[in-house]
Ligand binder design. Structure first.
Ligand SMILES: [Ca+2]
Length: 105
């Protein structure tokens, strides 16, 4: 995908990140991220956007909140909920910064 747009590239990065930390328990089941690998992903990939990524209890609470079907693992859909949950407050911060730049001009 050499000629992809920035948005397409960003989506590919998000999908590749899921693949990097997820695994299959058998070939018929979809890939999912274990609790251990999810904690690793938080501390390695999201330590600038999320606070407390090294805190095991906070990470376990986040996993529990995201794990909708309560199977103890994070599916792609549950992972996507996390991405949306991070993107929403970041979009708000970006809009606030744009507003303050307009007011200072
Ligand atoms: Ca799950």
């Amino acid at each position: 995908m050499a000629d992809c747009t920035e948005l397409e590239w960003a989506i590919q990065v998000l999908v590749n990140n899921f693949d990097k930390y997820s695994s299959r328990c058998c070939c018929r089941k979809p890939r999912r991220i274990s609790k251990k690998d999810f904690r690793k992903m938080l501390s390695c990939e999201l330590n600038h956007m999320l606070t407390d990524t090294g805190n095991r209890r906070a990470a376990d609470k986040l996993i529990c909140d995201l794990d909708e079907n309560k199977d103890g693992r994070i599916s792609f859909e549950e992972y996507w909920t996390l991405i949306g949950g991070i993107a929403s407050p970041i979009a708000h911060i970006i809009r606030q910064q744009e507003q303050s730049v307009k007011h200072t001009k």
